[in-house]
Design a binder for this molecule. Structure first.
Ligand SMILES: Cc1ncc(C[n+]2csc(CCOP(=O)(O)OP(=O)(O)O)c2C)c(N)n1
Ligand SMILES: [Mg+2]
Length: 541
């Protein structure tokens, strides 16, 4: 065992941490790593994309879909930079993604000699993107560093980590066997703060709850709390699915803003509360209580009356224990909330073209099916109106909102969750960012269903230019391939669906296919603007 190389130890360490797939694109810097992977191929698989961004996004998708660590490996310099947007998105979505990044010969790092793929201060570039990064400087460190990196990904605020390893370090013997995963202990519960939160929430007349990505593992607790308090739960994008959309207390924008304007106490769970604090206003009549695993987050936009630092689920469980002692008698708000929903639903008629397609999708996608959102007209409407029934089934790219994340991320989602249907939407603009990964889907038999809404434009940009810039259209009309012939040329199944009824039928066929990806092109025209429901003015303060 003491003859293990760095590469063997790192591969064994990934396996010891439950990682069964490495999304990885090879190159000479990482040849030893791939050879170690070959020899461990009964325990860990390799999915090789066609561009490094695909590796990063697939790992991101796997991490978001499962909540478990996911890893990718690429060559240094251009390979690393090609994963930059995915790594940035993993950071801003708090996703536990581990990047294994190659390096030039160990002794020459920092000398600027111009080795293949050399980049100035690679470690410095990486350190700006993730909180934990380190280079493996000796084989004996390898197993420990993998364990530390993965522990860091789950300590406090979740997030990505990176290990660099030089071309001549991977093959060096002298590494030790993998370590058991480091147990990550949550913080001790702050009983005083939880009691204070229980008193404030229990006494509140119009409490509300706002959920972000940090609430995705606390769905049962949030659901119970919402029922006891009769508190509406706002989830927009990353917080969707924490409370089932069929519960009348489950709201998104813009009803959430209306309720924010009336609330006297709010509990934020794993959310930056960006829209409320930056756009809707805050005043002294609203008591803010927040749960967050990152103490720095709580000091940023607005200092809460009560700060609960740590993972949401255990804090909420303790809150649920003591809340009954403090809680006011409450009448059901179900009827009132149904009426409020009905009012907003009528106004959402403005988005009827988008909603008709979303209805077709929801009718076919089962409750546990995963919807991967994109920066497209249908996506904006989905964030507002698509019913979501379970946590981790609505994946939306957080505040990067980076066009083009969708197809490759969804491939990682489908690969990591082969047991559930996965559907990616995108516009013609976004799809083309990673449409090359159709080759990966075919090669690795990943039966992802992708719906491409084709309006021949960066439609969102085009509408803004038309409405706000005197119709001076620039850089927004697109020349597209024939998406059906394009997809079929890879060996994918492809269909065109001209209306919601046809989409529904095509989706059924697509989700039933095994081992082959599907692309469904939906030709569309310009869509009505969703922005009045998203960028809304102050509601208080
Ligand atoms: C990485 C990145 N680049 C640029 C943008 C700006 N942007 C937002 S929407 C959009 C156009 C989207 O076009 P398409 O995917 O076809 O969707 P549509 O609006 O036409 O439905 C662009 C360029 C972005 N959000 N992310
Ligand atoms: Mg478009």
């Amino acid at each position: 065992m003491d003859k293990m190389t760095t590469a063997e130890a790192i591969v064994a360490s990934l396996i010891a941490h439950g990682i069964k797939t490495l999304y990885a694109l090879p190159g000479v810097h990482n040849d030893h790593l791939f050879d170690a992977l070959y020899r461990a191929s009964d325990r860990i698989g390799v999915i090789h994309p066609r561009h490094e961004q695909g590796a990063g996004y697939m790992a991101l998708g796997a991490a978001l879909a499962t909540g478990r660590p996911a890893a990718y490996a690429v060559v240094p310099g251009p390979g690393l930079l090609n994963t930059g947007a995915a790594l940035l998105t993993a950071y801003t979505m708090n996703a536990p993604v581990l990047g294994l990044i190659g390096q030039i010969p160990d002794a020459d790092i920092g000398r600027g000699l111009g080795h293949l793929h050399e980049i100035r201060d690679q470690a410095g570039v990486i350190a700006r993107l993730v909180d934990f990064s380190v280079r493996v400087k000796a084989p004996a460190e390898a197993s420990r560093l993998v364990a530390q990196a993965i522990a860091a990904m789950f300590s406090g605020r979740r997030g990505p980590a990176v290990l660099e390893c030089a071309i001549d370090m991977w093959g060096r013997p002298g590494a030790s066997p993998p370590l058991a995963p480091v147990a990550v202990h949550g913080r001790d519960l702050d009983e005083d703060a939880i009691a204070a939160a229980a008193k404030q929430l229990g006494a509140a007349k119009r409490p509300m709850i706002i959920c972000g990505g940090g609430a995705q593992d606390a769905s049962a607790e949030v659901t119970a709390l919402s029922a006891i308090l009769q508190a509406p739960v706002l989830g927009y994008r990353r917080g969707r699915g924490v409370l089932d959309s069929r519960d009348p207390l489950s709201v998104t924008l813009p009803l959430g803003r209306e309720l924010w304007g009336e609330a006297d106490a709010v509990l934020g769970v794993g959310t930056r509360m960006f829209y409320p604090f930056r756009h809707w206003g805050i005043d002294d009549d609203l008591t803010v209580i927040r749960i967050d695993s990152d103490p720095e987050e709580l000091a940023r936009a607005h200092r809460p009356a009560v700060s609960l630092i740590g993972d949401a689920a255990p804090i909420l469980r303790r809150l649920l224990d003591i809340l009954p002692h403090h809680n006011a008698r409450r009448r059901s708000r179900a009827d009132e909330m149904r009426q409020r929903h009905a009012r907003w639903n009528a106004r959402f008629d403005k988005l009827a073209p988008q909603r008709a397609f979303l209805d077709a999708i929801r009718a076919v996608l089962p409750e546990d099916g995963i919807f991967v959102d994109e920066v497209t007209q249908i996506g904006f409407a989905a964030r507002l109106t698509f019913p979501v029934y379970q946590p981790r089934t609505f994946l939306s790219p957080g505040y990067q909102d980076n066009l083009g994340w969708g197809y490759a991320t969804a491939l990682g989602v489908k690969h990591a969750r082969p047991d559930v249907p996965v559907l990616a939407i995108s516009g013609d603009g976004g799809f083309m960012y990673t449409a090359n990964e159709l080759a990966t889907a075919v090669c690795h038999r990943i039966p992802l269903v992708a719906v491409v809404f084709n309006d021949g434009a960066f439609g969102n940009v085009r509408r803004i230019q038309a409405e706000q810039y005197g119709n001076r259209l620039i850089a927004c009309d697109l020349a597209n391939p024939d998406f059906l012939r394009f997809a079929k040329s890879f060996g994918a199944a492809a269909e065109r669906a001209k209306d919601p009824t046809a989409l529904r039928a095509a989706l059924k066929r697509g989700l039933a296919r095994r081992g082959v990806p599907t692309v469904i092109e939906v030709p569309v025209g310009a869509m009505p603007s969703p922005w009045e429901f998203i960028h809304m003015p102050k509601a208080r303060g």
